[in-house]
Design a protein around this ligand. Sequence first.
Ligand SMILES: NC(=O)c1ccc[n+]([C@@H]2O[C@H](COP(=O)([O-])OP(=O)(O)OC[C@H]3O[C@@H](n4cnc5c(N)ncnc54)[C@H](OP(=O)(O)O)[C@@H]3O)[C@@H](O)[C@H]2O)c1
Length: 324
Amino acid sequence: MVKVLNCKAYGPPESLVLEDVPPAAVGRGEVRVKLHAAGVNFPDVLIIQGKYQFKPELPFAPGGEAAGVITEVGEKVENYSPGDKVIVMTGWGAFAEEIVVSEDRLAALPPGMSFEEGSAFLLTYATSYHALKQRGRLQEGETLLVLGAAGGVGLATVELGKAMGARVIAGVSTDEKAAIAKAHGADEVIVYGREKLRDRLKELAPTGVDVVYDPVGGDFSEQALRSIAWKGRFLVIGFASGPIPSIPLNLALLKGCEIVGVFWGAFTAREPDVHRENVSELVQLFEAEKIRPMVSKTYPLAEGGQAIRDMMDRKVTGKVVVTM
Ligand SMILES: NC(=O)c1ccc[n+]([C@@H]2O[C@H](COP(=O)([O-])OP(=O)(O)OC[C@H]3O[C@@H](n4cnc5c(N)ncnc54)[C@H](OP(=O)(O)O)[C@@H]3O)[C@@H](O)[C@H]2O)c1
């Protein structure tokens, strides 16, 4: 039997149930992976409440990405063998001791990367890299504002922004999170709550910021858009604070700027070749020690619900990971 932390009815993290289920069969083109670690991401908060873009059939386990070792391969699997260490992009289902997935959901675990780091790598860094490179066209020397900069995608964006040669301004909610953003390369940090985002941005970037990366939403989005430079790019990533803001569209006109949606999951399905290229560039950045996932805490599988609760309560910095 396989231990799985199941969502049996949409609800809070406390309603997840640790169960023993029979192992799934391995079909054509599929592999079985013994999971060592699963990354926790904001979509896990939403998916167990039935509030995410995808609504898997109940019961299902949360967990959109993981790392482990292949234990079995099905017919027609071409690129992997038992014993290979891999990163698995699951969408959901990774809060489990093992998973069966098609081989196109795998990437090799880069040498020197732990299972914990591997399980916390692609969803954040590949989202942010796609956002900055293809959607934001971030150029060396430009100014990048990152909101929620000490969170999962936020911290990855701070590191990537620096690796791409930008000046990075980080927005965070506490001094502890400010220190983390600084330690990961932010040139300046704004602690919103203590100082008004718009006022401080006027001081730090009088001609405006070239690219805004916004995974937070709420009141911050409009303040950031009002601070954008001529021909700036405003990247719509997510709404971790809850409210989806309504933006006066005249701002886009006045700034001559672009408001650009980023949907990484759809991008990987629609443009798999560009995605693969992005992943290989991210592995090179990891090998060059320019990026490294910050795993701040691990939780045993049985406490996976607590990991999601801590993310909901804004207690998480960088990435947290469930281990099997
Ligand atoms: N578009 C895509 O393809 C894509 C891909 C991945 C993730 N996302 C989205 O990106 C967002 C972040 O995901 P994540 O996994 O990085 O989550 P996370 O680690 O929890 O980070 C979210 C950050 O948002 C900030 N935040 C939360 N509530 C806030 C509030 N009320 N006011 C201000 N800031 C608040 C928190 O920072 P502070 O506490 O410092 O404020 C936190 O660090 C989610 O909405 C997720 O769905 C989108």
